[in-house]
Design a protein around this ligand. Structure first.
Ligand code: ZN
Length: 267
């Protein structure tokens, strides 16, 4: 089942599912799952399909991406956090920071894994039982704050407002028996810039859940961004960074297509 969180024109936030290009209401939550109702919903605005309780990012999880940014392959998953207020919906703008300024904002298409129940010390063979669903994410990153001004830490660079588009839907885990074979791509202004498959990940979804839940409780609503394939703007020569007017479309086959336009922060 595909689950979106939709804001209607009168400001209500409702769960909804698409059926034959129309949207119907859904009742439920991460804990119980969802059931469709007969109520038609007119989307006014897409919210993220879930409100994360934490956003955990994984760096350098595709071999070819580690090579393009000149970093050695990691022995363990590289972990960082994104601020919850960075979360952003389908169709909403990505805002280039202009108060705390960045001139090197970049895109990263990623498979997002949404944890549905409390997980701790989970073995790999049981890891997928803890997944509520999957979504498309864009791990927007300010490369100057990541690599020059961040003191070696990545969270500042990845936590500006609007830097975590997610959606438009979450696909429930029963529809994705193997998350490690999903084609994913990013287009920038209609040109394909990232084109890969989650099979190129160094650490599988199961391995990430086992590692992240080791001696650590993962709460329901934990969103894991599983890393990005090659083709980011920072890897081009010269680098190509986002500018106002750009349009990004992040897609994962069987999950969805997440579109966001780029604007400047208001002065
Ligand atoms: Zn990333």
């Amino acid at each position: 089942m595909k689950i979106a969180q939709i804001q209607t024109a009168d400001g209500q936030s409702l769960y909804a599912t698409p059926v034959d290009n129309k949207w119907y209401g859904c009742e439920g939550d991460l804990h119980s799952g969802w059931t469709q109702t007969e109520t038609r919903i007119e989307p006014h605005r897409f919210l993220p399909p879930v409100q994360p309780t934490v956003i955990i990012g994984i760096g350098l999880n595709y071999r070819a991406h580690a090579e393009e940014v000149g970093k050695p392959l990691p022995d363990f998953p590289v972990v960082f956090f994104k601020n919850l207020s960075a979360v952003n919906g389908h169709g909403q703008p990505i805002v280039l920071p202009r108060h705390l300024k960045s001139d090197a904002v970049d895109y990263e298409v990623e498979l997002a894994v949404i944890i549905g129940k409390t997980a701790k010390n989970v073995p790999e063979e049981k890891a997928l039982e803890y997944v509520a669903g999957y979504a498309v994410a864009n791990d927007v990153s300010a490369r100057d704050w990541q690599n020059i001004y961040g003191g070696g830490q990545w969270s500042r660079a990845k936590s500006f407002d609007t830097f975590c588009p997610l959606g438009p839907v979450m696909v429930t885990a029963d529809e994705i028996p193997d998350p490690n074979i999903l084609p994913l791509r990013m287009t920038l202004n209609g040109e394909v810039v990232q084109d890969s498959n989650t099979s190129d990940q160094i650490f599988t979804v199961q391995q990430l859940i086992t590692f992240l839940s080791g001696s650590t409780t993962l709460l329901p609503g934990t969103v894991i961004l599983t890393g990005t394939p090659p083709g980011v703007g920072a890897g081009k020569n010269p680098p190509v960074y986002l500018k106002a007017g750009d349009r990004l479309q992040a897609e994962i086959e069987g999950i969805g297509s997440l579109q966001n336009d780029v604007i400047e922060e208001a002065p």
